[in-house]
Design a protein around this ligand. Structure first.
Ligand code: 6PG
Length: 240
């Protein structure tokens, strides 16, 4: 069963996400000598990226960390629409020691998907061949989407591809690449992060649904033996 940590506001949430993430990364490095961290897109994670950059940079041996992202929009690399560019501005440019596995989202969609898929296949994997991620951050859309997996998408039924193309995202821009659910099959620790009253309905629904993409992602990790923690602020938790 997932744990739900409710923080008073978005800044306290960012600090809780940052401290928990650093502890998970430290433990992974201590235990295995490395850590693979999958970032989340959207705006919610930015405060947590910034808090790590401002307060916790010295707490992690970033040379032992490989950084990826769970989904990316097809856009120029320096575009404000780029999830990676957003994380780079907030944190990544301050940790050049980390191995940064950025999707080549400036390519044509099919090429970007193939390229990122090949990169994931080279990562350390479990006995079933799924890439092992020590820490994954996921955001939630108001419709319950996560990554770029949207309600009703046939991508939700794809149980084999690690990386999938999206050509018709209801959340602009329309072209994206995304982790498929199978990419989460060897996730050790998932943090689901949500802030604001606009997420209250979907956060509450996701606790009892197995249909919403975010619920499918969380159950994929739990069924594989991973730990799932929901970190939300009071506004996002007001319907619980
Ligand atoms: C994206 C994200 C998406 C995001 C949610 C929440 O590329 O848009 O990956 O899944 O996490 O839509 O977005 P906000 O944090 O901005 O509400």
């Amino acid at each position: 069963m997932a744990d739900i940590d409710i923080q008073v506001d978005a800044q306290s949430l960012a600090e809780a996400v940052a401290h928990k993430s650093v502890a998970i990364m430290q433990a992974a490095i201590e235990e295995t000598g490395s850590c693979r961290w999958v970032l989340a897109g959207g705006s919610t994670p930015v405060l947590a990226y910034q808090y790590i950059a401002d307060n916790l940079l010295s707490e992690v041996d970033w040379s032992k960390v490989t950084i990826l992202i769970g989904d990316e929009r097809i856009a120029p690399l320096d575009s404000d629409q780029s999830n990676w560019h957003q994380a780079d501005q907030a944190l990544l440019k301050q940790i050049p020691q980390a191995k940064q596995m950025r999707p080549r989202s400036n390519l044509e969609l099919a090429d970007a998907v193939d390229d990122y898929h090949l990169a994931l296949e080279k990562l350390p994997a479990d006995l079933s061949g799924y890439p092992i991620f020590d820490l994954v951050w996921l955001g939630i859309g108001e419709d319950g989407h996560t990554l770029s997996l949207f309600p009703g998408s046939p991508n939700l039924d794809n149980n084999s591809s690690l990386i999938l193309p999206v050509e018709d995202s209801p959340k602009p821009p329309s072209e994206r690449l995304t982790f498929g659910l199978s990419a989460l099959r060897a996730t050790q620790h998932l943090l689901v992060i949500a802030a604001g009253s606009s997420k209250a309905e979907v956060v509450a629904s996701a606790q009892s649904s197995d249909e919403l993409p975010i619920a499918k992602a969380a159950s994929t990790v739990e069924q594989a033996g991973g730990q799932v923690d929901w970190l939300i602020d009071e506004a996002a938790g007001q319907r619980l």
